[in-house]
Design a protein around this ligand. Structure first.
Ligand code: NAD
Ligand code: MG
Length: 410
């Protein structure tokens, strides 16, 4: 009897938090999955170690000079791996005929082209890169449908919902008897923080997430609750849920990963310890199940599960995301782009924590609504929001800093 061929995987964003967790699951099943390509931005050391451990056919670094350094290391070590540099190479490895499945785990808009390319090429897509769904939801969904590409959510909430949906779900909530989707949110590191603490919050404080260890951008998004806002938009596109059919509940223990409420009153939840290897293993093996190396859930040990309503006064980003979703068109693109710029400035100590929401709101207010049906229109809207946000961040940073220092009242 011949064994089935191993699933050939391209891991985009391999040096990041999701990428490393993906490789951890793959390493537990060497007969089942093989790494065809690894891709990331500029982390030569991590990428080289991953090339040694997983022996991919291709390794890509978007940063050209980092790619040249990696090529030298790979050459010196005598590895049979072709190193490529530049953003175009991301798309190249995601769409190669040898690839069965793509882990889309690049952070931010930088992941859009390769995610969309993988969808066009009919690959199984494991979608961690929620920003590409927020920017290009309808295009991504239609492209995947046209090519027969399976789109499997990695975000723990959407993966939980996916697991709680009926097997034949076709993005029609009414037909499936679903009343609403309930996304859980840990609340982030500032769940109980006062207005003063929020005003003076530093990047390190914002990135100290109580339950999940993640990249810095998504950690800040979790602290502002923008992450949950992006997830509301992601859920809308992925599952065809209307804005009023998507609720958010704060659940600090991060054990219930999300829920589906049916019209008969049933609420189906997916639970587990907070470890991204669960949704990653689920998507990798789907529709089968494989060991993920995750600590088993001990509910009696956990003791209690708490649920509260999110506070959109202290965390306006969640409100802004619902606003963008209801407005439609270019609004989610503006929201995402302005947020990416503002978070980057915050991480560089250029603006205060509260300025993130202020900049996003101002960009959404100021920019005119545009059609965003094609990739060109999406990128144009993204570009104008980035320019507007950068301008506000430079101009407004003095104000935000004074506010951070407690020098300005509200
Ligand atoms: P991270 O910062 O740890 O890793 C990001 C990866 O993307 C790195 O490999 C980096 O090299 C690569 N990258 C960044 N810019 C790039 C570019 N221009 N070109 C090519 N590669 C680039 O981030 P993460 O926490 O792993 O998150 C990745 C994505 O998954 C994000 O969209 C995030 O929202 C989503 N996500 C993450 C988690 C989590 O637990 N970490 C959970 C749900 C969803
Ligand atoms: Mg999530």
């Amino acid at each position: 009897m011949t064994l089935p061929r191993a699933v050939s995987v391209a891991v985009l964003g391999s040096t990041g938090s999701i990428g490393v967790n993906t490789l951890s699951v793959i390493a537990q099943h060497p007969q089942r999955f093989e790494v065809f390509a690894l891709a990331a931005n500029s982390d030569v050391e991590t990428m080289f170690a991953q090339c040694e451990a997983f022996r991919p056919r291709y390794a890509v670094l978007a940063n050209e000079s980092a790619a040249a350094r990696l090529a030298a290391r790979v050459g010196d070590a005598g590895l049979d791996c072709e190193v490529m540099g530049g953003a175009a190479a991301l798309l190249d490895v995601a769409t190669r005929p040898e690839v069965d499945a793509v882990m889309a785990a690049i952070v931010g808009a930088a992941g859009l082209a390769s995610t969309l390319g993988a969808a066009k090429a009919g690959k199984k897509i494991m979608l961690a890169n929620k920003e590409s769904m927020v920017m290009a939801g309808p295009l991504l969904i239609d492209t995947a449908r046209a090519s027969g590409s399976a789109l499997l959510p990695i975000d723990s909430e959407h993966n939980a919902i996916f697991q709680a949906l009926p097997a034949n779900f076709a993005r029609d909530m009414d037909a499936a008897g679903i009343r609403r989707l309930i996304l859980t949110a840990s609340g982030g590191p500032f769940l109980h923080a006062s207005a003063e603490v929020l005003a003076g919050a530093t990047p390190d404080q914002a990135c100290a997430h109580p339950k999940w260890s993640m990249g810095r951008k998504i950690s800040v998004d979790s602290a502002t609750l923008m992450n949950k806002g992006l997830e509301v938009i992601e859920a809308h596109y992925l599952f065809g849920a209307k804005p009023e059919q998507i609720d958010v509940v704060i659940h600090p223990q991060s054990i219930v990963h999300s829920m589906v409420e049916y019209v008969d009153g049933s609420v189906i939840a997916q639970m587990g310890n907070p470890d991204m290897r669960t949704p990653i293993a689920h998507a990798l093996a789907y529709p089968q199940r494989v060991e993920a190396g995750v600590k088993r859930l001990d509910l009696a040990g956990a003791g209690r599960l708490d649920f509260t309503t999110p506070d959109c006064e202290r965390f306006p980003c969640l409100r802004l995301a619902y606003q963008a979703l209801r407005a439609g068109g270019s609004a989610p693109v503006y929201l995402n782009a302005a947020n990416e710029v503002a978070v980057d400035r915050f991480l560089n100590h250029e603006i205060a924590f509260n300025a993130i929401a202020e900049i996003v709101e101002k960009v959404m207010d100021d920019l005119p609504s545009q059609r965003v049906e094609s990739i060109e229109q999406i990128l144009a809207a993204d570009g104008s929001a980035r320019a507007a946000a950068a301008k506000l961040a430079s101009r407004g940073s003095g104000l935000a800093e004074r506010r951070a220092a407690g020098g300005l009242g509200h």
